[in-house]
Ligand binder design. Sequence first.
Ligand SMILES: CC(C)(COP(=O)(O)OP(=O)(O)OC[C@H]1O[C@@H](n2cnc3c(N)ncnc32)[C@H](O)[C@@H]1OP(=O)(O)O)[C@@H](O)C(=O)NCCC(=O)NCCS
Length: 168
Amino acid sequence: MPPAKTVSVRRARPNDVPALVSVFRSVARERVYLYTEKVSGDQVGRMKKRLKDRKSLIAVAEVDGKVVGSLVLERGPAAKSAHLRTLGISVMKGFRGIGAGSALMEYAIDWARANHVKKITLGVFSSNPAAVRLYKKFGFELEGRLKNQFLIKDEFVDELLMGLQLSP
Ligand SMILES: CC(C)(COP(=O)(O)OP(=O)(O)OC[C@H]1O[C@@H](n2cnc3c(N)ncnc32)[C@H](O)[C@@H]1OP(=O)(O)O)[C@@H](O)C(=O)NCCC(=O)NCCS
């Protein structure tokens, strides 16, 4: 049996941008997990901007020095929502199920607590049980359901709105 792969997580650096784009692009191309299907130049620009924003987080998961996953906690532009961050996570096919998603979630939640974030929010397709289970494992609760919100491979799916309250 091959040895278990060790996953390490850290904050992303500017020179991770090509690897971040490659992870995002490969997961987007699967077309069933993310809203984004094609990674545009605009999104790359936003990623670079977010990397510089100390109030947002981009974390990467590495296996043997290769970036195999990423997690974003994005701050919205409005003061009304300054207390929350929106979460997005992607682990490349071939590296799922080895703990990268959990390691990223743990890192992000610790970061959020240390940065006085009060709530983490996200949307996930009802057709993605692995992601829903991951979020529930970290204490996220179902807060809403937008019925038949997306059409994926000829099937309507709901959008589940989930949230993790970190402090009142
Ligand atoms: C969802 C995702 C991030 C999970 O990452 P991962 O590295 O595979 O997760 P882990 O190996 O740390 O497993 C974490 C938990 O996820 C759940 N999980 C993982 N794979 C699963 C599967 N095939 N079926 C059901 N649950 C699964 C389990 O609860 C697991 O915890 P457990 O083993 O203690 O029960 C990953 O599958 C992924 O990137 N998928 C494609 C992109 C995506 O769906 N992003 C989220 C969009 S909202």
